[in-house]
Unconditional design. Structure first.
Length: 312
């Protein structure tokens, strides 16, 4: 039997778990949603790691799946994933040049395995305990500073010679070597089973982010935009229009209202160089502001951006 577990703060559960709850009801999956105390990102990460350890210890005969509250299940989870006696981990694919490409979280250390989704059983407790103990050894509990739980996940699997099934978590929309079964974002293909959105991390002011610098940035990165926009070809065309600061001849799918073009729940203002999502209050500069500044291109948008940043 499959049992799914998710953890989050009061705010996060109330605002981001409804979709997953609906998915589990639709497919008949047993879902446990548990609220955790608010705190620093580091402490939240550690608290959830403790919970995962406890669940595996007491798993019995169940197949355990850990997800984040914002994850969505778009198709029935393959029965072979549920029946498999091995743990299932998902390696990040960030650019498709190699079968596996390490994805670097800005200023933090790289971790090649995506933390959620991960499938486990009670028999995994020995290496799961080893993984937890190593994470604690590298942390500073006295000062409430803990390493990200996914940091040593691959090391735990490899050092303990765990016979793990390896799937992929696609970070890069352009990657075509394998199907997009699990993706880091909200886009789907006909093959997609699980999505793991992340846009709230940079656009919801009430949500903590692992990288405070990325959260505070006035620029929205390409990956965060592309991975949360369903029509890949359309967003690439919009990117060029934003680069050119072009306010005419936009695709018919984009509806203009008060200077903003709306498509797939996103809004774009080419004259201001800004982008926002209809579900979040924050506005950020489209990532092509960096392109123009790097090339020394002076436009009304780059001058406005330079003036605003000089005041910070």
């Amino acid at each position: 039997m499959l049992k799914i577990f998710v953890y989050g703060t009061d705010y996060f559960i109330e605002n981001y778990s409804q979709g997953l709850v609906s998915d589990c009801e639709k497919y008949g999956y047993d879902l446990t949603v548990e609220k955790v105390p608010a705190g620093s990102f580091s402490h939240l990460n550690h608290y959830i790691h403790q919970k995962m350890l406890d669940v595996v210890k007491n798993a019995g005969d169940e197949r355990i799946l850990f997800l984040d509250p914002e994850c969505r299940i778009h198709k029935p989870i393959p029965q072979e994933w549920i029946d498999d006696t091995r743990p299932i981990v998902c390696y990040k694919i960030s650019d498709g040049k190699h079968e596996r490409e390490r994805y670097t979280y800005g200023l933090t250390l790289p971790a090649p395995i995506q933390m959620q989704p991960i499938f486990l059983r009670a028999k995994d407790i020995d290496w799961i305990q080893w993984w937890y103990d190593l994470s604690m050894a590298a942390s500073d509990p006295v000062n409430n500073e803990y390493v990200p739980h996914e940091l040593f996940l691959e090391l735990a699997v490899k050092f303990n010679k765990v016979d793990a099934r390896e799937e992929l978590c696609i970070y890069n929309r352009s990657y075509t070597k394998n199907k997009h079964l699990v993706v880091k974002g909200s886009w789907t293909t006909e093959d997609t089973i699980i999505t793991h959105p992340a846009i709230h991390g940079v656009l919801d002011p009430n949500v903590k982010h692992a990288n405070a610098e990325r959260k505070a940035s006035s620029i929205l990165n390409r990956r965060e935009l592309h991975n949360h926009f369903q029509d890949f070809e359309l967003i690439k065309l919009i990117d060029q229009l934003m680069l050119q600061e072009k306010d005419v001849a936009w695709p018919s799918e984009c509806v203009k209202v008060d200077g903003w073009y709306e498509a797939h729940n996103w809004l774009f203002n080419p004259k201001e160089g800004l982008v926002k999502h209809k579900d979040f209050p924050l506005e950020k500069y489209h990532y092509h502001i960096r392109t123009k500044i790097a090339r020394g291109i002076k436009t009304p948008v780059t001058r406005k951006f330079s003036h605003e940043t000089s005041l910070v």
